[in-house]
Design a protein around this ligand. Sequence first.
Ligand code: NDP
Length: 256
Amino acid sequence: MNAPNSSVVSPIVLVTGGSRGIGAAVALLAASKGCAVAVNYHGNLAAAEAVVGQIRAQGGKAISVQADVAVEAQVLAMFARVDAELGRLTALVNNAGVVDMPARVDAMSVARLTRMFNTNVLGSFVCAREAVLRMSTKHGGQGGAIVNLSSAAARLGSPGQYVDYAASKGAIDSFTVGLAKEVAAEGIRVNAVRPGIIDTEIHASGGLPDRVAQTVGMVPMQRGGSAHEVAQAIVWLLSNEASYTTGAVLDVTGGR
Ligand code: NDP
């Protein structure tokens, strides 16, 4: 739970997709503020271990935990490991997310849509469910904070590129508002961050490795953001400095 007189984030944090990009920046920043961090990854053990190693080298506490957030059994096993090795969770960052190759809706396969929605939406719901079961005062917990990763795409729609991704992030916005209200009286704050164009490997995974350079002209601040700049917003939302903020969706987009 957020200590009433503390500006530090909740002490036991799970970051899904914490091995790379924005998630790795969140894991490092949260650890620097004294949190024990569970660094979830999907396939890249080396990247997860590098984040954990950096945290431990600075005297912090961290573990790496493999799980595909789209698979319920793996999520359950991940939470069980966090329970056993770090203790009762007080913060969740639903960060794991995927894009896909640029395509129009009239060319999208069900396999593509299933992966997109199972990872970005279903994964966030199941992780939040498990977090609420541990944090809610209704379930014997001491409260906590959840931050979901949305995207500016939820507002922009991403036509001709990945409307499926944009729609999955639109679902995250609604999920954030609804869950925030549902658990507000149970000690849990739920917020979302909507990053704009951030310099991570996600663009290469969607077949657009130069996307940041190619799109900076569309950004009022005329540059892409860094993972650390997004992490600062997320870690603030986890902290007690955001103690009266819930159901908020915060744009971190350079004005886009
Ligand atoms: P990256 O592609 O750089 O990193 C993705 C992370 O998610 C990795 O740690 C990866 O693990 C993990 N991951 C992917 N799929 C799964 C899965 N099924 N189960 C568990 N973990 C998984 O992404 P970003 O840091 O750029 O993005 C993070 C979040 O921010 C996403 O939700 C994304 O949609 C959102 N976002 C990003 C923007 C950007 O411009 N970068 C803009 C707007 C929103 P592994 O290392 O094992 O592969």
